[in-house]
Design a protein around this ligand. Structure first.
Ligand code: PLP
Length: 370
């Protein structure tokens, strides 16, 4: 075969639903030499990473660390460890990723009930209370930041409500962490998962998870083994905990990346980071509205880090996104599922949430919509 030429990555500004651009310090951290996955120096890096992850999740949960895979593996880890065949579970469904939760919970053999809202709208606590009363599930799953619709669900009081019914709260924070408040202990979340490639400005490849003591106790009372060997928290915690028992070869460079990404988050400060995302979103939103675009998410619940807007009538989705990419080097996302061909998703996540991103994408979009 003739070998391809030198790797030549085009210049891009990743303003889609993720991955967002990795912070240059993260990329530099990844260029460090490898260590063995049981080397004391690497074990120290794991400890530092887990400690910073607890800070980012605002939790003291001992069972907090990244799974060696992407956000979907975080979802599977939470559901596959908590659910056994025949368990009842409620999934709050208002977008594409909640449908994934339904699929994964069903594959665990759980008896899944969905409560639904039109895409982009949020659940009232009273609606969830009614479902909990009716179903009495073991767990309830909700997507905090729904990347397909650009909306955030109010979940501050949800853990308390679930615990009234002896139900575990499982939260998808894949698009939330590092962008908007995620307060695991204060909000009484039992199992939560995220990703590395959005608000934490790392490459894709790790899925931070955290389990509350209540969730840990549920896992320890399982009647059956966790169906997935790779994602079994009882095995994984022997590697991340004091035993340091070999489970799989950790993705060393990705741990360097996450450590650096989290350090950057905590250096900035969580409150400052959330405020920065809000400020840049407000500027982008003013510009998008001035261009005649309308948000898909309910007012007051639009995600600062993911701006989903309806594609104006008569505008070609693919041609516009192609022009943005090829002429301006900007990637924005198209719609998923029901929103395919109808919606653009403009991300301002982590490192990319800055004025220059706002002005660059608005100027380019204006050219494309002329
Ligand atoms: N959940 C949400 C809300 C997401 O936005 C995504 C990905 O965009 C996922 C889950 C799946 O994550 P990944 O693509 O990293 O596996």
């Amino acid at each position: 075969m003739s070998l391809p030429g030198q790797l030549n990555i085009p210049n891009r500004l990743l303003l889609g639903p993720g991955p967002s651009d990795a912070h240059p310090r993260v990329l530099a951290a990844m260029a460090n030499p490898l260590l063995g996955h049981l080397d004391p120096a690497y074990l120290e890096i794991m400890n530092e990473t887990a400690a910073m992850l607890r800070e980012a999740f605002q939790t003291k949960n001992p069972l907090t660390f990244p799974i060696s895979a992407t956000g979907m593996a975080g979802m599977e880890t939470c559901l596959v460890n908590l659910l056994e065949a025949g368990d009842k579970v409620i999934i709050c469904q208002a977008g594409f990723f909640s449908l994934r939760m339904v699929e994964v919970a069903t594959r665990c053999g759980a008896e899944v009930t969905t409560i639904t809202k039109p895409w982009g709208q949020v659940f009232e606590l009273s609606e969830i209370r009614e479902a909990l009363q009716r179903i009495r599930p073991k767990a309830l799953g909700i997507v905090q930041a729904e990347t397909s619709t650009g909306s955030w669900q109010p979940i501050e009081e949800l853990g308390k409500l679930c615990h009234e019914f002896d139900c575990l709260l499982v939260v998808d924070a894949v698009t939330a962490l590092g962008c908007i408040p995620v307060k695991v202990d204060e909000w009484e979340i039992d199992a939560i998962y995220s990703c590395s490639q959005k608000g934490l400005s790392c490459p894709p490849g790790l899925a931070p998870v955290s389990f509350s003591p209540r969730a840990e106790a549920t896992i320890s009372k399982r009647k059956t083994k966790v169906q997935s060997w790779y994602l079994d928290m009882t095995l994984l915690k022997q590697y991340w905990g004091a035993e340091r028992a070999y489970h799989h070869t950790a993705p060393i460079s990705m741990t360097y990346a996450l450590r650096e990404g989290l350090k950057i988050v905590l250096e900035e400060g969580l409150e400052n980071r959330w405020a920065r995302h809000l400020k840049n979103h407000t500027a982008l939103k003013a510009g998008l509205i001035a261009l005649g675009l309308h948000y898909t998410a309910q007012d007051g619940h639009q995600l600062p880090q993911l701006n989903a807007v309806r594609i104006p009538d008569g505008v070609d989705d693919m041609a516009t996104r192609k022009k943005l990419l090829m002429e301006f080097g900007i990637e924005v996302g198209g719609g998923l599922g029901d929103f395919k061909g109808k919606v653009w998703r403009i991300g301002l996540m982590g490192y990319n949430s800055k004025s220059s991103s706002v002005f660059t994408v608005l100027a380019a979009l204006e050219q494309c919509l002329r």
